[in-house]
Ligand binder design. Structure first.
Ligand code: KIV
Length: 269
């Protein structure tokens, strides 16, 4: 078990913004990745609904369900007893009535989340307020909201027109007033993200939103270079995971087939 200093309350998100300290987040969906994250200084993990694409091969996050998210949250939580875990509310969970919403929140929190993330602004403000008033911290998510990908016409840059930029700023202020503890801004121009970051007291965490936000989040598999074909402009790959893992598997296959594995040292007498 690691003795790392966990970022384990929402208050620390606020403190970090006040102190001008940047916040790092990655997604995480499974136990073994979480065991590695446990031994890093990464501040918190997001069990994102991107799990439906990254782990299950679906074309969008529309396919994530509460059931799916609960399994992933529980696996991550088993490895991270003292790290702050945020769970995505999946597609339509906050659009199916209060009872369904609160049952979903209940299941995600009992699975081990410390907070939930909800996509959307003014359209879902009443639902977000209801969750917060129930004592559950909520992270907001504006800009590219992937659950609305079919409305947005693809995973692309958002709020490029002045009216859309104004709506985003207003939504961000509304969410802050509603009590969200942090806000994800995805795929928006860097200048707009900077403006929102300066206006809000809560931390703004960017993805494809330039360098001026209070923190950054990336999908773990993206930053590890696990997909050879996914290379959007905003992504920095810290590892060529795809090639490294492929090479290891090719070497294993060769060792098995030419009789090099196992050796005597790797055998029981
Ligand atoms: O589901 C997810 O991975 C996310 C991040 C991209 C912020 O919402």
């Amino acid at each position: 078990m690691s003795n790392r200093q966990a970022m384990n309350t929402v208050l620390e998100f606020h403190q970090k913004k006040q102190n001008g300290q940047r916040i790092s987040l990655t997604t995480c969906y499974d136990y073994w990745s979480a065991c590695i994250l446990r031994d890093t200084p990464i501040d918190a993990v997001l069990v994102g609904d991107s799990a439906s694409m990254v782990m299950h091969g679906y074309p969008s996050t529309v396919h994530a369900s509460v059931e799916m998210m609960v399994w992933h949250v529980a696996a991550v939580a088993r490895a991270l007893p003292s790290m702050f875990i945020i769970a995505d509310l999946p597609f339509l969970a906050h659009r199916k009535g209060t009872e369904f919403l609160m049952q979903s929140v209940d299941r995600l929190m009992k699975a081990g989340a410390h907070a939930v993330k909800a996509e959307g602004g003014s359209e879902v403000i009443a639902e977000i307020q209801h969750i917060i008033q129930s004592g559950v911290p909520v992270m907001g998510h504006l800009g590219l909201t992937p659950q609305s990908v079919n409305m947005l016409g693809g995973h692309k840059l958002q709020a490029t027109r002045p009216e859309a930029a104004d709506k985003l700023v207003n939504d961000a202020l509304l969410l802050e007033d509603a009590g969200v503890f942090a806000l994800v801004l995805e795929m928006v121009p860097a200048g707009l993200a900077q403006q929102v970051t300066q206006k809000l007291k809560i931390p703004v965490i960017g993805i494809g939103a330039g360098p001026h936000t209070d923190g950054q989040v990336l999908v773990l598999q993206d930053l590890l270079g696990m997909s050879k074909d996914f290379s959007p402009k905003f992504l920095r790959k810290y590892l060529n995971g795809y090639e490294l893992i492929k090479e290891a598997l090719i070497r294993f296959d060769a060792d098995v087939k030419n009789g090099n594995f196992p050796s005597e040292k790797e055998s029981y007498v």
